[in-house]
Design a protein around this ligand. Structure first.
Ligand code: NAG
Ligand code: NAG
Ligand code: NAG
Ligand code: NAG
Ligand code: NAG
Ligand code: NAG
Length: 464
């Protein structure tokens, strides 16, 4: 995602962006940046414009800049991970930071591989936005035929890059949005973007990783939700789960960082569900992005202007142990160890003891005693858990009703309960989860997580 820095108009914009309280320790850094970049700024400053209109295409070397100066759209090139021939793309990056960080790519699957001498990005009344190579071939288009009334001139459309990074094609007559890049995310989710997880009519959205560090073409990894069960998100490796997010609880826990800095939100309206994330007003974090990287990691990164680098607030999976189902059925990844390791829950033992010792965990664990269900069974609470996948949600239950729901059904091996204060599903903010059978992909943590109540034969000293 990070390409060679080449745009150097940043220092002016920095000063506009930085709140006063952050500026103090950074003045020296500004000075250095200024010195480093000044020669480039003079030599390579892009011609910038605020919008794209019919008849005035964007050429390589020019950029469209958002009104606040944070984002720029234009041509960029990569070496395509070791290949000799350069590939050229049109994308959006942060105009305001020295490290070229691309957040959206139009023609990721169709790079221009010939020279760029007369390539351009044009707005036309017939096809919307069209990227053409030097031979005039359209390599990418929004495919939006715009019906313009006979009397209206072709200049009734324009394309603008707004301050949230959304590249919008709109009709000037009625300001109607004809096409927008937010509907076609690539590997990055930014504050203000909604990732469509479920919808009656519109297609669902995923983030799709780059193929390599320098290769924007669609890679193996993707990120999104499973529309059949929206209570968690996945990173997939092809069609297989690679990493599962914790199940949404009352606070939308992402793990590993100060939650007040970043929030995740799920917007539920019947069948239509969107996910978004952002910062509360007045947050110290200025620039933040969520990406699925080429190696399958889901990262939330914030720009540290004092260090001029992206810092990961969240990066998962961190270890092999954190990948989906690594510790097998009834096994969990113990993240409280220096190096996370697979363990069995109390009362369970490795199914394949030899394999377990040699680091083969896929067989998972089994109960030490043969289960024999009685109504007197009690539950042992395991705190701090990322609860397993393959749960069944029973709607509208209190905590006690949820416990009873599990106790009274001998197939139920565990339950977890939460009140969801930020989201509800059809007006129901309770979250009673039961596990019937499958019990896969568990972790525990120092902080965060929730109680998992597992059926046990060991009766507590004073049964309730
Ligand atoms: C670039 O490509 C165009 C069209 O393919 C060609 O006419 C031109 O000579 C090329 N220029 C260079 C410098 O290769
Ligand atoms: C969109 O445009 C591309 C050419 O860039 C073409 O191959 C494709 O068939 C078009 N799709 C639709 C739905 O018109
Ligand atoms: C992704 O899946 C492929 C096989 O489908 C596997 O070879 C590869 O190791 C997986 N990648 C990761 C990071 O798990
Ligand atoms: C998170 O940061 C805020 C503001 O900096 C602070 O008030 C709060 O105590 C922090 N919370 C935790 C859990 O560290
Ligand atoms: C940069 O600022 C962050 C807070 O915004 C602070 O935690 C960090 O220590 C600072 N780093 C340096 C090198 O000043
Ligand atoms: C236990 O719950 C499962 C899932 O709801 C259900 O299919 C099964 O019939 C229940 N068994 C009993 C004995 O109630």
């Amino acid at each position: 995602m990070i390409l060679q820095a080449s745009n150097c108009k940043q220092q002016r914009i920095y000063q506009e962006l930085m709140p006063m309280q952050l500026c103090h320790p950074c003045l020296a850094v500004y000075g250095i940046l200024l010195l480093l970049c000044w020669p480039f700024a003079c030599a390579h400053a892009y011609a910038s414009q605020s919008r794209l209109v019919p008849g005035k295409p964007l050429s390589p070397g020019s950029v469209v800049v958002s009104q606040d100066g944070v984002f720029a759209l234009g041509f960029f090139s990569t070496d395509g991970d070791g290949e000799k021939r350069q590939r050229h793309y049109v994308g959006i990056w942060y105009n305001s930071i020295p490290e070229r960080t691309v957040v959206w790519v139009s023609n990721r699957a169709a790079p221009i591989t010939t020279n760029l001498s007369s390539a351009n990005l044009a707005v036309t009344s017939s096809s919307g936005i069209v990227l053409s190579d030097s031979d005039g071939r359209a390599v990418w288009t929004t495919n939006k035929s715009i019906s313009i009334s006979a009397s209206a001139s072709a200049s009734t459309v324009e394309a603008v890059l707004d301050n949230t990074d959304n590249f919008i094609l709109r009709s000037l007559a009625d300001s109607a949005i004809l096409w927008q890049s937010f509907d076609h995310p690539t590997d990055t989710l930014l504050p203000g973007m909604n990732l469509r997880l479920s919808h009656k009519t519109l297609p669902l959205q995923h983030l799709v990783s780059w193929k390599g560090q320098q290769d924007p073409s669609p890679g193996e990894f993707s990120y999104g939700a499973d529309p059949s069960n929206l209570l968690r998100c996945f990173a997939w490796n092809g069609s297989r789960p690679h990493r599962r997010s914790p199940v949404w609880t009352s606070h939308l826990y992402m793990g590993g960082f100060n939650e007040s800095a970043i929030y995740m939100a799920l917007h539920h309206a019947g069948d239509e569900v969107y996910m978004s994330f952002g910062m509360p007003a007045g947050s110290f974090v200025q620039l933040v992005r969520l990406e699925i990287d080429y190696s399958g990691k889901v990262n939330i990164l914030s720009w540290q202007s004092n260090m001029s680098a992206w810092r990961a607030l969240y990066a998962e999976p961190q270890h092999e142990c954190n990948t989906y189902g690594y510790c097998g059925p009834y096994g969990y990844c113990d993240n409280t160890q220096i190096v996370p390791v697979c363990k069995c829950l109390d009362g369970f033992e490795p199914r394949d003891a030899k394999g377990w010792i040699s680091g083969s965990f896929s067989q998972g664990c089994r109960p030490k005693e043969v289960p024999r269900c009685t109504h007197g069974d009690s539950f042992l609470a395991f705190p701090g858990m990322k609860v397993p996948d393959k749960f069944l949600r029973v709607p509208s239950r209190s905590f006690d009703e949820c416990t009873e729901e599990c106790r009274s059904n001998c197939s139920c091996v565990a339950y977890a309960y939460s009140k969801m204060s930020n989201i509800d599903i059809d007006g129901d903010d309770t979250r009673c989860l039961l596990w019937i059978g499958d019990f896969i992909d568990m972790e525990n943590n120092h902080q965060g997580g929730e109680n998992l109540y597992v059926r046990t034969k060991r009766l507590p000293p004073h049964p309730p």
